[in-house]
Ligand binder design. Structure first.
Ligand SMILES: NC(=O)c1ccc[n+]([C@@H]2O[C@H](COP(=O)([O-])OP(=O)(O)OC[C@H]3O[C@@H](n4cnc5c(N)ncnc54)[C@H](O)[C@@H]3O)[C@@H](O)[C@H]2O)c1
Ligand SMILES: [Zn+2]
Length: 341
C-alpha cells in the first residue's frame, strides 16, 4: 500500500491499525536531522533509532551486521517493525536487513530522496553491495507500506534532486510520451513534483506488479542503464570523478536514444530534443576519447547480458521501449563518441 503526502496522518492511522512489539527507525545523519523530526511525534512513544553513516560506500554487509546487532541487542522479535527513513541506500539495506532478520520482520519504507520516492522504494528489490559489485547480495520482498511525502524534498541538495530526476525522465520515456513532452519544456526547478512523483511511482508499480522478478517486461526499467552503469562504474573507479547514479543514467539514456535512431527507427527529431534537454539539465560528463574503449568493455559486465552479447533496451518511439536489443561493442563506442560531441 502506498500513501502519498500527509505523512503524519497516514502514519498515525497505520499505528492505530497495526500493533508491533517494538518499533525501530533506521536513519543516517542527514535523515536524522532533516526528516526524523517530522515523523517523531506520530511514532509509538517507545521506539528505537538505529543510525548508520550516509553514503553508498556503507551499503554493505558490515553495516548490515551493525543493524542486526542493534536489533538483537534491543530484543527485536518477529512482531517488531523496522521503519527505513531515508534514500535508496537506507531503503535497500534496511529492507534487506528486515527481510533476513529472524527470516523476516515487518518493515515500511519512508523514502526521503527524489530517487528513492520515484524508483528505489517500489518494486521490492532489496540488497547491498559486495566486493565492489552493486546490489550483489539481496532478495525480493514487499514492505508493509510505503509512505511518500514530497515535503521531504525541500532539504535535498540540488545534485541529488537532479540525480532522481533522471529516473523520472526514464519513466516518461518508457511509458508516457505526452508527459515527456511536458517535462522537457521545463527546467528542473520548474517541475511539479506533486504530479511527477505519483506519476513515476504508478509507472514503476504497474510494470513491477506484472513482472516482479524481472523475467521480461520489467527489463524496460533498465532503459539508459546499460551505458549508464558502464559510465557510472568507470567514473567511480577514477580518482575525483564522482558522478551520481542519475547523472550517469541521463548520459546513458542519451546514448541509448542515439542507438534507437540507428537500430529501432526512432525519429532523429526526438534525439535532438533529448540532446538539448539532457545537456542543459545535466551538463556533459567529462570523458576523454581514449577512455571510450574501457567504458564500452564495462557494458559486458551487465547483469542483463546473455552469452556475452550486450542486451539493451531501445526505444521504437517515445514511450515505446523494446527489450532484449542486441548491440555490438562497435555500436556502443559510436554512441559514446556521439555523447562526447
Ligand atoms: N531497489 C531498487 O529498485 C533501487 C532502484 C534505484 C536505486 N536503488 C538504490 O538506491 C541507492 C541510491 O539512492 P539515493 O539516490 O536516494 O541515495 P542515498 O540514499 O545515498 O541518499 C543521498 C543523500 O541524501 C541524503 N538525504 C536523504 N534524504 C534527505 C533529505 N530529505 N534531505 C537532505 N538529505 C537527504 C542522504 O543522507 C544521502 O547523503 C543506490 O544504492 C541504488 O542502488 C535501488
Ligand atoms: Zn537507476
Amino acid at each position: 500500500m502506498i500513501h502519498f503526502q500527509h505523512i503524519q496522518s497516514y502514519l498515525k492511522t497505520f499505528f492505530q491499525e497495526n500493533s508491533y512489539s517494538r518499533t525501530f527507525v533506521l536513519v543516517d545523519e542527514n535523515t536524522k536531522k532533516y526528516t526524523y523530526p517530522v515523523i517523531k511525534n506520530v511514532l509509538p512513544d517507545k521506539h528505537f533509532l538505529i543510525q548508520i553513516k550516509s553514503g553508498e560506500e556503507y551499503k554493505n554487509i558490515e553495516t548490515c551486521s551493525q543493524i542486526w546487532q542493534q536489533l538483537t541487542r534491543r530484543q527485536a522479535d518477529r512482531q517488531a517493525l523496522l521503519i527505513n527513513l531515508g534514500g535508496g541506500v537506507i531503503g535497500d539495506m534496511g529492507g534487506f536487513c528486515a527481510a533476513t532478520y529472524k527470516r523476516g520482520m515487518a518493515f515500511v519504507q519512508i523514502p526521503t530522496t527524489l530517487l528513492a520516492q520515484t524508483d528505489a522504494a517500489t518494486g521490492g528489490k532489496l540488497g547491498v553491495d559486495f566486493q565492489g559489485l552493486k546490489n550483489q547480495i539481496g532478495v525480493f520482498r514487499q514492505p508493509e507500506a510505503i509512505f511518500v511525502d514530497t515535503a521531504f524534498l525541500q532539504t535535498l541538495p540540488l545534485q541529488e534532486m537532479r540525480s532522481g530526476f533522471a529516473e523520472v525522465i526514464k519513466h516518461c520515456l518508457i511509458a508516457d510520451a505526452a508527459m515527456w513532452q511536458k517535462i522537457s519544456r521545463l527546467d528542473l526547478e520548474q517541475q511539479n513534483w506533486n504530479e511527477l512523483v505519483p506519476h513515476s511511482i504508478a509507472i514503476k508499480e504497474n510494470i513491477t506488479r506484472q513482472d516482479p522478478e524481472e523475467k521480461g517486461l520489467r527489463k524496460v526499467l533498465n532503459f539508459g542503464h546499460t551505458l549508464g552503469h558502464a559510465i557510472e562504474s568507470f567514473c567511480l573507479s577514477q580518482p575525483k570523478r564522482k558522478v551520481l547514479h542519475g547523472e550517469a543514467i541521463a548520459a546513458g539514456m542519451l546514448c541509448e536514444t542515439w542507438l534507437s535512431v540507428r537500430k529501432t527507427g526512432l525519429s532523429e527529431s526526438h534525439l535532438h530534443q533529448m540532446e538539448e534537454f539532457i545537456f542543459s539539465c545535466f551538463g556533459r560528463i567529462k570523458i576523454k576519447s581514449e577512455e571510450i574503449n574501457e567504458i564500452a568493455r564495462l557494458t559486458l559486465q551487465d547483469k542483463k547480458n546473455t552469452n556475452g552479447i550486450v542486451q539493451c533496451v531501445l526505444l521504437e518511439e517515445m514511450g515505446k521501449p523494446l527489450i532484449n536489443q542486441a548491440i555490438t561493442l562497435r555500436e556502443i563506442k559510436s554512441a559514446l563518441k556521439f555523447y562526447l560531441g
